[in-house]
Design a protein around this ligand. Structure first.
Ligand code: AMP
Length: 469
């Protein structure tokens, strides 16, 4: 069990420097990738490995004291995404365990689909597990290759990756060295940047921007990078270039920050193109184009520019609402949506509006949202969606929902429109989305949209649902 997360790694050749605060700032910029827990591990030759993890937002977990205690010029960090599954401290990362005379620390973004099988093998050999994370499985596999077969770290990583099926972007701190690994299909993003004598690895380029580091390049799918003699060294896994690329489309649609660029494609521009494509598909006559903030703002701007229909803010988001309490009653759950989004009645009343959202997954958000919008009495509501119908779960770390919960897996577009009780509903089509991203269709993972998954899947695999009040 692992999820959509944010990972960071910093290598500084000046051993007298402490880099934990910069990992903190990078994680701060990646907070949208995970709000359940956060952690940092650092390495200093005298003090060895130190780490600190906690539940909640990065600002809840770390204060000055914790950062000051994390000494060292090498560090990794992790923010973990919330799902309805196991939410416990043991699952927070980096995962740390002993290795040789020291320690190994690992931060993982992704989901290993054969991890139960790998875990059972390790349990059979006497390994005892403390968490449910794939990081723990990968760490023990690395230990095993290194100890039993006397392999170097790179050879151990190579041997372990041969056995992993699924998605993984990893930052690993072992024996005072930092490694970055990206799975051969490139499902999860990972890039490298430089700032003075430091190299920085991160899930998204926005993490580089906040510490004023200069983006160098994306890690190539199937590449292991490490740092030596002030240079980036690269080892290509044997599987690199031999399997189909499968970059996750949902990074562009919803997950990544718009100011990030992933595999050469800027997320904001992609979302603007999504809006333009929506206009080509659904040229509706309306008074305003309104985004569901924040992720749909660029798509609404794209639609507005393409159509000439004014862009308008019709919903205001309270940016300071974190996690709300678990809400047992329907009334409380509705309150949660009201806390986050409030329509501007004066802007909507009597108007024909086009409302744009990034995606419909379970459909519960849209229903509550549209109920709110209707209270503001628009004349017409046309709801456009920047992601084609999600008809199947993601098994590679997005934790969307189970098939039973996915509204588009169970109802047609017309039925969904009826349930939402609106004037029209239009989803972007798959070809239009691929056009908007601007990458060949073959290089994308579209499993949740067309059920063509990039790997074999175990029969008993279960999908997870993301947490949302
Ligand atoms: P729902 O249809 O109720 O599942 O909610 C869909 C909305 O939640 C989308 O418009 C996104 O803003 C957001 N969303 C979609 N997928 C995810 C996900 N995997 N994790 C967290 N939020 C998501």
């Amino acid at each position: 069990m692992e999820d959509k997360c944010g990972i960071v790694g910093i290598h500084c050749k000046d051993e007298s420097k402490n880099v934990a605060s910069f990992v903190y700032y990078c994680l701060y910029a990646l907070q949208h990738r995970g709000q359940e827990s956060a952690g940092i591990a650092t390495f200093n030759p005298d003090k060895g490995l130190n780490y600190y993890c906690g539940m909640g937002l990065i600002t809840d977990v770390f204060r000055d004291y914790e950062i000051q205690n994390l000494q060292g010029s090498m560090a990794i960090g992790h923010v973990r995404y919330s799902t309805t599954g196991q939410s416990k401290l043991e699952n927070s990362q980096p995962f740390v365990t002993d290795f040789d005379d020291g320690f190994i620390a690992m931060a993982h973004n992704g989901d290993i689909v054969n991890s139960s099988e790998l875990r059972d093998e390790l349990i059979g050999e006497g390994y005892e597990f403390k968490s449910d994370t794939d990081s723990e499985v990968i760490c023990y596999m690395l230990k095993k290759e290194h100890y039993d077969n006397n392999k170097t770290i790179i050879d151990s990583i190579e041997a372990v990756c041969k056995k992993l099926v699924g998605s993984y972007a990893l930052t690993i701190l072992v024996n005072g060295e930092l490694y970055g690994v990206r799975d051969p299909m490139g499902i999860k993003p990972l890039a490298v940047a430089q700032r003075g004598d430091e190299y920085i690895l991160a899930s998204e380029t926005v993490a580089f921007d906040v510490i004023n580091a200069k983006y160098i390049r994306d890690i190539v799918p199937g590449e292991v990078v490490y740092f030596e003699d002030d240079e980036i060294k690269s080892h290509m896994l044997e599987s690199a270039g031999k399997c189909k690329l499968s970059h996750c489309m949902f990074e562009y649609v919803y997950f990544a920050r718009p100011d990030s660029t992933i595999d050469g494609i800027n997320v904001y521009q992609t979302r603007m193109h999504i809006g333009e494509q929506l206009h080509k598909l659904y040229p509706i006559d309306a008074d305003f184009v309104i985004p569901v903030p924040d992720s749909s703002i660029p798509a609404a701007i794209g639609y507005s520019r393409a159509s000439g229909i004014p862009y308008g803010e019709g919903l205001i988001k309270n940016r300071y609402v974190g996690r709300t309490f678990i809400m047992p009653t329907q009334e409380e759950r509705e309150l949660a949506v009201r806390l986050k989004l409030n329509p501007i009645k004066e802007a909507i009343k009597g108007k024909k509006i086009i409302l744009i959202d990034d995606s419909i997954v379970r459909g519960t958000t849209s229903k509550q949202l549209l109920d709110l919008v209707k209270e503001a009495e628009p004349e017409e509501i046309h709801f456009l969606v920047g992601c084609p119908p999600v008809v199947s779960p993601c098994y590679y770390g997005v934790a969307m929902a189970t098939k039973k919960e996915l509204i588009a897996a169970n109802y047609s577009v017309d039925e969904i429109q009826d349930q939402l009780d609106i004037d029209s509903l239009g989803y972007i089509t798959l070809p239009a989305l691929v056009d908007a991203i601007g990458m060949p269709k073959e290089d994308l993972c579209l499993g949740c949209l067309n059920e063509e998954y990039p790997t074999e899947l175990p029969d008993d695999i279960e999908a997870e649902t993301y947490y949302k009040p």
